[in-house]
Design a protein around this ligand. Structure first.
Ligand code: DGL
Length: 270
């Protein structure tokens, strides 16, 4: 048993899709979440800058004596997780392995699609991980750079002409490949699940990378005897800019009202 909190971070609100799942399957855990809203989006940045940002994000969360870290950001997971893990003496998980495992289990025709940020697609991390799990899987990848800014601006609802148009543009070529499984390789994308399903059709299984990572986290904590025991855990949210805006959007990711205000943090101090 370990009563210390779990640290979770993303460039913005997307990682809250992982938090939603953690709260549902690990209700006793205290969670400290950091959204790096002063530097979102991460998705077009270089591996060097991403590592620099990620080290600051980790440093900030470690100031709370967390027992484990979840990198609830596809972009950091694909570009920096091996280095962060090598530098960490506590468990640190990303979204790539868990999402690939879920996709490999779900696909029947071994044609798997991936949508993610440009930096994630460029890294080739999802392809490498899937190939190691099942070499017969073919991956069809597409970057969707406009999705994160649109989601961060609340443009994710079905019927919104802007997001519907952008989604059709990005997803139609992927649909035409005949994939039966699509990895939502960025943790912002589950907010777009209905819009994405509307283009891809009901025959394509969508894999939520944040939720898959939350389930992997439960397994890792249980294996290491690090699960907390209390009636009900807490969620504390930090943002590096415009915490009020973050707080206004967060309930839509979490599908519940916030328990308190979002707290500001100057991430450049870390
Ligand atoms: N949620 C982040 C991810 O999973 C978004 C990256 C970005 O800020 O562009 O990749």
């Amino acid at each position: 048993m370990d009563q210390r909190p779990i640290g979770v971070f993303d460039s913005g609100s997307g990682g809250l899709t992982a938090v939603r799942e953690i709260r549902s399957i690990l209700p006793s855990e205290n969670i400290i979440y950091f959204g790096d809203t002063s530097r979102v989006p991460y998705g077009g940045r270089s591996p060097e800058i991403l590592l620099h940002y990620a080290r600051q994000d980790v440093h900030f969360l470690r100031s709370f004596d967390v027992k484990a870290l979840l990198v609830a950001c596809g972009t950091v997971s694909t570009n920096a997780l091996p280095v962060l893990a090598a530098e960490s003496d506590i468990p640190i998980l990303g979204v790539v392995e868990p999402a690939c495992a879920a996709a490999a289990a779900a696909t029947r025709n071994r044609k798997v699609g991936l949508i993610a940020t440009s930096a994630s697609v460029r890294s080739g991390a999802y392809e490498r991980t899937l190939a190691a799990m099942d070499s017969a899987i073919t991956v069809y990848a597409g970057a969707c750079p406009l999705f994160v800014p649109l989601v961060e601006n609340g443009r994710f609802r079905p019927g919104d002409t802007v997001i519907e148009t952008v989604a059709r543009e990005y997803l139609t070529p992927l649909r035409d490949t005949g994939i039966d499984t699509l990895i939502l390789g960025c943790t912002h994308y589950p907010l777009l699940a209905e819009v994405i399903a509307g283009v891809m059709g009901s025959g394509v299984t969508l894999i939520d990378s944040g939720a898959s990572a939350a389930r992997a986290l439960r397994q890792a904590l249980s294996d290491k005897d690090l699960l907390a025991q209390r009636a009900s855990g807490t969620l504390t949210l930090y943002a590096s800019d415009q915490p009020q805006d973050f707080g206004a959007l967060a309930p839509q990711f979490l599908r519940r009202p916030l328990e308190g205000a979002v707290l500001p943090v100057d991430i450049e101090r870390y």
